[in-house]
Ligand binder design. Structure first.
Ligand code: NAG
Length: 322
């Protein structure tokens, strides 16, 4: 399902169903059209996709560094900051958002980027940095998504882990700084024991592998960045929409690095850069456990393991494990 439709449920988590989260994000360049029925909405979506694809801009040679590493879609600009560092910007306007995706796929690694988010009234917009194995059923994914807000209101960072198509594992945190005032570093450490989300030098969340529970450990994933209109669910559960009079919205990325292994073919070991112990054996230390607790105590906004409405038959098994 390519298109994004609003859920019929009216519960407080209705901005959050996993199915919407993924389908809407994949549709990064779609401007949803209000429509009374799912069917009509789907039709409107199909048209919007076709138009957006036609509008994709051809790259110029100044963009070469970006296109070597990434495929782009929609409004993506390559440029340089005042100190000559490469900056990729995604622009969201009424017609289109944008996305870029690494040409290579990885199996385990440390992925890092500096982002400067949309300033001012970013309500309804969603900027992301995530890994995904693709659109197939049973896909794996590791997400960092920044949910815009009205001027002066806190931006929430949604983190999520998908394994075999199940992604109901969101935890959201408010950031303790203004993420639009300057660049901050966002990092995903993904190894065979845990997925760690980092903001600057601080560990924010650790998703631990349990031998008997699903974990993203078999499917190579590409690195994605997107900026899209998430009006239907992003801000205050969809009540606050994108204010197009403030468009275009711009999010900037720089300092990208993928220190990561790539599959070397069937039956062969992974091809890894030298010194993978930097991240392959990484677990939170006692001090880092402290920052996980600190973030949870002071900044957590949503935790799937505390959402009894969503899991009336009991929480996912990992919720009660250490
Ligand atoms: C936006 O700000 C409001 C008011 O402070 C807050 O309740 C909400 O959680 C914030 N974030 C989002 C994504 O709506």
């Amino acid at each position: 399902m390519l298109c994004y439709a609003r859920p019929h449920r009216t519960d407080r988590t209705n901005h959050w169903p996993a199915s919407l989260l993924v389908s809407s994000k994949k549709q990064s360049i779609l401007i949803p059209q209000p429509a009374p029925s799912m069917a009509r909405r789907a039709a409107a979506c199909a048209v919007a996709v076709a138009v957006a694809l036609l509008a994709a801009v051809a790259s110029s040679s100044a963009d070469a560094w970006l296109h070597e590493e990434f495929e782009t879609e929609g409004n993506v600009r390559a440029g340089y900051d005042a100190r000559g560092r490469q900056v990729a910007s995604i622009v969201l306007d009424r017609q289109s958002g944008g996305a870029f995706r690494s040409r290579r796929s990885y199996l385990y690694g440390q992925f890092s980027v500096q982002m400067k988010l949309v300033p001012g009234n970013s309500a309804g917009t969603v900027a992301s940095f995530y890994l995904s194995s693709g659109n197939e059923p049973g896909h794996d994914e590791i997400d960092m998504e920044f949910m815009g807000n009205s001027t002066g209101q806190p931006v929430a960072l949604n983190t999520n882990v998908w394994a075999n198509g199940d992604g109901k594992k969101e935890q959201q945190f408010y950031l303790w700084f203004d993420p639009a005032a300057g660049y901050h570093t966002y990092t995903i450490i993904w190894n065979d024991r845990n997925v760690i989300f980092k903001v600057d030098d601080l560990f924010l969340r650790c998703f631990t592998r349990h031998a008997d529970l699903p974990y993203p450990g078999a499917k190579p994933m590409a690195v994605h960045a997107t900026l899209w209109d998430g009006s239907y669910w992003a801000t205050q559960q969809g009540r606050v929409k994108v204010d197009w009079s403030a468009a275009p919205f711009v999010v900037s990325y720089r300092g990208y690095s993928a220190d990561a292994c790539v599959p070397a073919g069937a039956g062969r070991p992974l091809a890894c850069p030298a010194g993978t112990d930097r991240w392959m054996t990484r677990r939170p230390s006692a001090a880092e456990r402290g920052t996980l607790d600190w973030a949870r105590r002071n900044y957590m906004h949503y935790d799937y393991c505390a959402d009894g409405w969503r899991f009336p038959k009991g929480f996912p098994a990992e919720c009660s494990r250490a």
